[in-house]
Design a protein around this ligand. Sequence first.
Ligand code: ZN
Length: 239
Amino acid sequence: MSRDGNAVLNNGQGQKAVVLLSGGLDSATTLAMACDAGYACFALSFDYGQRHSPELTAAARIAQKWEVAQHKVISLDLGAIGGSALTDSSIDVPTAGATGGIPVTYVPARNTVFLSFALGWAEVLEAGHIFIGVNAVDYSGYPDCRPEYINAFQHMANLATRAGVEGSGIRIHTPLIHLSKAQIIRRGQDLGVDYGTTISCYNPDDAGSACGICDSCRLRAEGFHAAAVADPTRYQTSP
Ligand code: ZN
């Protein structure tokens, strides 16, 4: 199914992997795939000042369900630099659909920050693998979700680390990168992911119920529809 996926993923054999876990649909599926492939998974989440902080509760539930070796939540305040509807409360989350270009829900350099922490933790753990659930097919125009970006980070990672210079390097895995949202959902369903516990909404209420109208909610709902899978999302109002 996945070009990166199956060739690599059947080969975990208990090797340690750091898995970025936001609590959303994509990262939950990525964690399930890494666990299923036999990696010893160390989940990493960030409390970064996101307005959708209920996703951290979701991340904790997902990490528990997959019995990860450890779940670490790192606090860092990306709101201090702002520049995104997700970290600056003065910028509204758009609800009118894609308008072309990079949307205001892009968080400046977020994946670079997150992958850098994952890289550092992987070195400390002596883990040779990092998993991130970026997706280039149904993606929302984020430049740090593209294969070119991941390839560049991979190159940098092996130049920047002791593991890269003296060891066997750290491999970045992106098993979802060429999958559609519907394919991701079907793959996760096969592996037993409970999507009712995941939160994708950019602007959920305090209880974690989804708005149904932000870009992330739309993409998610379209994915369930295209996959012909019942959408378990709890909505504040009907989408
Ligand atoms: Zn939403």
